[in-house]
Ligand binder design. Structure first.
Ligand code: NDP
Length: 248
């Protein structure tokens, strides 16, 4: 594992930052994506992590733009070598009941959460297959398993990730490339902070563990899946939801 290059899309977000810390602490060379216009924020984010003792890079890349993904991948591999670990975390919500949802709400959520996974993953799979090693983890959601009102767009995108993961896992299995999904429940990040207090309280009251997840609790599972030793886990979905939705 020592020194493997890990790319984390949405790495400067709530869960992403925890993933970057965890992987850097384990000796991976970690690079996060940031959206072009927000590069200054990313520089500040990187400086804060450096003060905490974590060395993490970032690269500008809007995951909805395949040309930007191609450019970022080429730059990354030219400067740092092959990406061996990919964590697809970039995601957004645009919640609305379906009868009020516009095409833009639908498309923007599908674009970031699902098309973004294609745009980024497509850059690295051939290389992973050639080198006979790769770890891809896609971050879905409990709401991609159980559905959630106000989230037909998000639930569709996150459910789509499961199909993508299982199919790509089968393609990569004989080439040392594992592909898995992690499905968090509700995590304490800006994404849940945007929800109305009463909605969040109602949801938390339904979580058997009785609280939101901490981002670090998601990061631990991702780090487990990308380890060299996790070679036999592929095509799996790991729910990390405090018991909110149980299935087998
Ligand atoms: P955040 O909003 O904190 O992080 C989302 C990240 O995605 C940010 O870094 C954001 O960048 C990035 N991003 C958004 N759009 C793009 C884009 N077009 N190109 C590149 N990056 C983009 O949310 P979380 O950390 O909570 O969520 C991370 C992932 O986990 C998401 O996929 C989310 O759906 C999933 N998830 C979250 C749950 C939760 O309860 N928080 C529960 C289940 C799943 P920027 O900050 O610059 O906008």
């Amino acid at each position: 594992m020592a020194g493997r290059l890990a790319l984390v899309t949405g790495g400067n977000g709530g869960i992403g930052t925890a993933v970057c810390r965890e992987l850097a602490a384990q000796g991976y060379r970690v690079v996060a994506t940031c959206i072009d216009a927000r590069a200054e924020d990313a520089a500040g984010w990187q400086a804060r992590l450096r003060e905490e003792g974590y060395s993490v890079g970032y690269i500008e890349c809007d995951v909805t733009d395949i040309t930007a993904c191609e450019r970022a991948a080429a730059e990354l591999e030219r400067e740092h070598g092959p990406v061996e670990v990919l964590v697809n975390l970039a995601g957004i919500t645009r919640d609305k009941f379906f009868h009020k949802m516009g095409a833009e709400d639908w498309e923007s959520v599908l674009d970031v959460n699902l098309r973004g996974v294609f745009n980024v993953t497509r850059q690295f799979v051939a290389g992973m297959r050639e080198r006979r090693f790769g770890r891809i983890v896609n971050i879905s959601s409990v709401n991609g398993q159980s559905g959630q009102l106000g989230q037909t767009n998000y639930s569709a995108a996150k459910a789509g990730m499961h199909g993508f993961t299982m199919a790509l896992a089968k393609e990569g299995a004989s080439k040392g490339v594992t592909v898995n999904t992690v499905s968090p429940g509700y995590v304490d990040t800006s994404m849940t902070a945007e929800m109305p207090d009463e909605t969040l309280e109602r949801i938390v009251s339904q979580v058997p563990v009785g609280r939101l997840a901490r981002p670090e609790e998601i990061a631990r599972v991702i780090a487990f899946l990308v380890a060299d030793e996790s070679a036999y886990i592929t095509g799996a979905n790991i729910p990390v939801n405090g018991g909110l939705f149980c299935s087998f």
